[in-house]
Design a protein around this ligand. Structure first.
Ligand SMILES: C[S@@+](CC[C@H](N)C(=O)[O-])C[C@H]1O[C@@H](n2cnc3c(N)ncnc32)[C@H](O)[C@@H]1O
Length: 335
């Protein structure tokens, strides 16, 4: 990536914006939590309706650049906190008349194009990948974590078939030098002899490291659970995902807790799962052909939403289902 790129000229295209508006517009006249403020395209669209308020969260302090504009234009209808969305239940102001929590996962165009963040395999120099409020960087992970742990990260978060060979090569090279972004790309290219013409060789490993560094699995799981806690009955949780692991998590939560399942053989009438959500659409909403043409990164987006219908939820089964992924994220505690 060129360090001379002019970020101001580049544009973040909000994904599935019209579809989002059609879901939330029946709920207009209240407060919406934009859990992933980014460039504020979602927030702006919602605030352009006079009766709406926004509480915006983002972990990246670079988003603060946009905050003054929003505060000046929308005054007390706009409020921002530099927070991770797993802490949505710790918002520091009184939350009234809450209508929805909206998650547009992943990174923005500005973040992937920022050479300091090193989220792209086109970056140069020291590995980083921190989006904000992180405990570890990709540099610490790649240069310090043991081989078995690296294997697990690449296998579970990247679904990378060459996870063993790549980890072995990393451990070999780092005996002689600190591995940077270019070194990592070279290692991956040498481990994957046959070029995949659909995606870059390094895509999966870079996705895996980004998920690990930003603890994106626990962020999503606790973001969803805690947004359920703060929403009133009738409130909506809306999530736009960009890869299969995220979508699996959201799909399981919404589907599993919107059906009354009778799983006990011994107590036939015992309903083990209380219904927590109503689903209007079982299938995810996908971008139109037109949107994918204008904004190619939108092609992997999936939007799912669910309406809260119960006061309290027991999420033990949800947590248990994905504890193997949270265990992998917890390997960061070794650093
Ligand atoms: C795809 S962008 C959102 C774009 C936004 N919808 C817009 O209209 O401009 C994702 C944003 O979410 C933020 N983010 C990612 N994970 C987060 C987390 N766990 N907590 C808070 N913000 C997060 C990123 O820093 C990034 O700014």
């Amino acid at each position: 990536m060129s360090a001379t790129i002019n970020l101001e000229k580049e544009k973040h295209f909000p994904v599935l914006l019209d579809e989002l508006v059609s879901i939330i517009s029946p709920h207009y006249g209240g407060t919406f939590v934009d859990c992933t403020f980014g460039q504020g395209c979602y927030s702006k669209k919602i605030l352009d309706h006079q009766d709406n308020k926004i509480i915006a969260l983002d972990r990246d302090t670079d988003t603060l650049k946009n905050i003054n504009w929003f505060k000046e234009k929308y005054k007390e209808r706009f409020y921002f906190e530099n927070k991770k969305f797993s802490d949505i239940d710790k918002i520091e102001i009184n939350v009234e008349n809450l209508k929805a929590a909206i998650f547009d996962l992943g990174y923005s165009f500005n973040q992937i194009k920022d050479p300091k963040k090193g989220l792209s395999f086109n970056s140069i120099g020291k590995l980083n990948m921190k989006m904000g409020l992180n405990d570890v960087s990709a540099d610490e992970v790649v240069n310090n974590l043991d081989q078995k742990s690296l294997e697990k990260i690449f296998k579970f978060f990247g679904e990378e078939r060459k996870y063993k060979l790549i980890s072995k090569k990393i451990v070999e090279l780092r005996k002689n030098k600190n591995i940077n972004t270019e070194d990592l790309v070279k290692i991956i290219n040498s481990a994957k002899k046959y070029k995949n013409y659909k995606i870059h060789n390094a895509t999966k490993v870079f996705q895996a490291l980004r998920i690990f560094v930003n603890q994106e699995i626990s962020e999503l799981i606790y973001g969803l659970i805690n947004s359920f806690k703060i929403l009133p009955i009738g409130g909506v949780i809306i999530v736009v995902t960009f890869h299969s692991i995220e979508d699996r998590i959201v799909k399981f939560l919404f589907k599993n807790y919107s059906e009354n399942k009778n799983t006990s053989r011994y107590i036939p009438n015992k309903l083990e799962n209380k219904k927590l959500f109503k689903l209007i659409e079982k299938k995810p909403i996908l971008p139109s052909l037109k949107e994918k043409k204008i904004n190619p990164p939108s092609r992997s987006a999936k939007l799912r939403y669910a309406i809260k219908i119960a006061d309290k939820g027991d999420f033990t089964e949800f947590l248990k289902k994905f504890d193997y992924l949270i265990d992998v994220e917890n390997l960061a505690k070794q650093l």
